[in-house]
Every structure is written in C-alpha cells, then in structure tokens.
Write a protein that binds this ligand. Structure first.
Ligand code: NAD
Length: 364
C-alpha cells in the first residue's frame, strides 16, 4: 500500500450528511495516529446527485471512488425521489451500481448488544441477558437476485414468472475463504444457513465449505436449515459467532440480526471485494422521518468508519479505541432519541452532541 490512503466520502440523503459529519469529527481526531496520510474527498450521491446532475451516481463520483482506497457511504433515497421509475431511483442507481462496479461480493454486518442497551431488544430478558456478538456474512453479488434467466412469460392462467438461483464454484470458494479468516479472528465458529434439503445450490455450498474447512482446522463449521435458523436466532442468538448465507437468505437474516439488537442506528456494515476495497455504510437507510432534526443516531456511521480502519487499513488497534469510546459514552447514559428507554441515568443528546462526546472520549 502507498503511504496515502484516500477516502471517498458520499454522505447521500436524509440523515446521511448529519451522521457523516460526526464520523468526520472522529476521523479528524484519529487520522494522525493511523501511520498513513489520510486524504478525504466528498462527492454527491443518490437523490442529492439527481437534483444537481440528474444522475444518482454521476461520473465525477464514480471516478472519485475509483481513485480512492475506500468509500464511506451515508445513505440514499427518500420520498422526494419516489416518483421516479425503479431503475432511476437513488438506491438502485447508486448503491447497487457501486457494489457491482467494485465487485463487492461479501457483506459484513456485525450485530451485538451493548450491556446497557438490553432494554431495546425485542427479545426476553432471559435470552438477551446471555448477550450475543454475531458477524453476519452475506454473499452480495450472486444468487437469485442476478441469476439468468428471469422474467415473465405466457398469458392468462398460464402466465408465469421465474427467477434463477445460480452459484458458481468460484463465488462460493472466495467467500468461504474470507469467512473462515474472519472466524479465525473471532470465536472460530461458522454456521451456514441454507436449504440443503431442497436446493441444489445449498448442497453445492455445503460440499465446498466442508472441503475448504480442512484448511481451517481451528474453525468449527456447522450448517442449519434456514427455517430452523430463524427460530434459533430468536431463541438463543448467543450460540452464533459467524453466520454465513447466500444472497437471498443473507438479505433477510442480516435484518433479523439487526432487529434483535433493537437499535438499527448502532449497526454498521462493510461490503468488500477480494482486494479488501470496501464500501462502508450504516445498516439503516436515510430515515427521512427524522432528517434535518439533529436527532439521528450517528453511531452506525462512526462504526462504519471504524470497520474501514479495521478491514481496509488493517488497524484493529484504533478500531478498538473507537469502540471503547462509544461504550464509554453509552455507559455514562448518553442516548440519542432512538436509544432512550426512560431509565434514571439516561440523558437525551443530539446527533452533534453524540458525535462530539464520542470524539472526545477516544483516548489515543
Ligand atoms: P430507514 O432505515 O431509513 O428507517 C427505518 C426507521 O429507523 C425509521 O423510523 C428511522 O427514523 C429509523 N432510523 C434509521 N436509522 C436511524 C438512525 N441512524 N438514528 C435514528 N433512527 C434511525 O428505512 P426506511 O424508512 O424503510 O427507508 C427510508 C429511505 O431510505 C428509503 O428511501 C429507502 O429506500 C432508503 N434506504 C436506503 C438505504 C441505503 O442507502 N443503504 C438502506 C435502506 C433504505
């Protein structure tokens, strides 16, 4: 790696620019401790780019991302652009294009529950008190969302529609190796959710994962049928470490993982390719209902930056410091509105305040 690390900042729409501002505060505090020169450039994306350039992913933005080492993304979309046809909307026309363009085939969503935020989870106390710390890994560029043929044919009662679930060996092998390596850095367990009692693709996933697991003897590999897995995730999430899924199941399961934490505003995500070029973004959307009110939770955006530092800059040391600072601020009872549960020690703070509190709590 050269000694300059370029970050393309794409704040996007809704709460995107508000929470991104807080992540930039954190970045400005830590940048001189990263042993590499950080260069940051902002670009328009999503609805705000449609307003200015008539395109959700203008050439200038795409070129800027190509010249960068990583993308820090806010969120895109909102009612203002809902009148547009699907293929012109901000989400489809920017985020999905970026994922495809950079071949970001692995999506990582950590889901854990902070000790003092148990109240937010919809799960019962006896389940949540065991805690959980899950890394949900979703295959992002293959499977039924992209398989050909797909479409709609025929007429009358014989009209039919079809989608194709297709996985190539190389697609499964490359994500498997990455998943095993992530598991090695954690509790060394992978559970793959599938439907191998019905689907050919799931059977092939199982065969390939089992074969690759011999190269990672320290990691325990398990499989679970998806229908049982959704129940197990509710009943006892603490049994899981790394969850690995094909695209469709991963899309659903990653949201279930988010829901059991009860705090979408805390959850970051990373989408990577095999060179660890990544797009880092909050798990939630642009939250138009609270945009511009200075009440959005910036933690997901700050943790997205923290994931960038871990995966694209390979600096777990600084990542830990950011995570510790967030925990410290939460332990002191500071909450954005979405995290407030009416407990005695809790104090509601604004987006700006939360960003400043976290930044000031980072001890370098
Ligand atoms: P959303 O995630 O934006 O909002 C769902 C709920 O969660 C809302 O009540 C919102 O206020 C709350 N929320 C989300 N993030 C929060 C935060 N950081 N702090 C506090 N509360 C937060 O989902 P939605 O309402 O279905 O979608 C709104 C828009 O966002 C739509 O246009 C959708 O297409 C778009 N979207 C974009 C992305 C993305 O850019 N990656 C992802 C999902 C949805």
């Amino acid at each position: 790696m050269s000694n300059i690390f370029k970050i393309a900042i794409l704040p996007g729409d809704g709460i995107g620019p508000e929470v991104m501002k807080q992540a930039i505060k954190v970045l400005n505090k830590i940048r001189h401790f990263l042993n590499i020169e950080i260069v940051v450039k902002k670009y328009l994306v999503g609805g705000s780019a449609i307003d200015k350039y008539g395109d959700a992913l203008p050439t200038k933005t795409l070129l800027g991302c190509e010249k960068s080492n990583a993308i820090l993304f806010g969120s895109v979309g909102g009612p203002k652009w809902d009148y547009l046809p699907l293929n012109k909307r901000p989400e489809k026309n920017s985020l999905l294009k970026l994922r495809k363009h950079f071949n970001l085939f692995i999506n990582l969503r950590p889901a854990y529950i902070y000790n003092n935020l148990h109240m937010l989870s919809p799960l019962k106390n006896n389940i949540i008190n065991k805690g959980f710390n899950i890394l949900c890994i979703r295959e992002l560029t293959g499977g039924i969302y992209f398989g050909k043929p797909n479409g709609r044919k025929g007429n009358g009662i014989n009209e039919y529609s079809f989608d194709t679930e297709i996985y190539y060996r190389f697609e499964i092998e490359r994500i498997a190796h990455m998943a095993f390596n992530f598991a090695l850095q954690r509790n060394k367990m992978i559970c793959c959710f599938d439907k191998a009692n019905v689907l050919n693709t799931s059977i092939m996933w199982r065969e390939i994962l089992k074969k690759i697991s011999y190269q990672y003897s320290k990691v325990k590999l398990k499989f679970m049928y998806i229908d049982n897995a959704v129940m197990q995730l509710m009943k006892n999430p603490s049994q899981f470490d790394v969850i690995l899924c094909a695209n469709l199941f991963g899309d659903i399961i990653s949201d279930q993982c988010a829901m059991i934490t009860g705090s979408i505003g805390n959850l970051p995500s990373a989408s990577l390719n095999n060179k660890f070029f990544g797009l880092y973004e909050p798990a939630g959307g642009s939250a138009p209902d609270i945009a511009g009110k200075n009440i959005a939770n910036p933690i997901a955006q700050i943790l997205s930056l923290s994931m960038m530092i871990e995966y694209s800059l390979n600096n777990k040391h600084i990542t830990k410091k950011i995570e510790k600072a967030i925990e410290k601020v939460l332990n002191k009872g500071y909450r954005t509105k979405d995290l407030y549960t009416n407990q005695l020690n809790e104090k509601i703070v604004t987006t700006e305040d939360m960003g400043t509190l976290i930044t000031e709590s980072i001890i370098l």
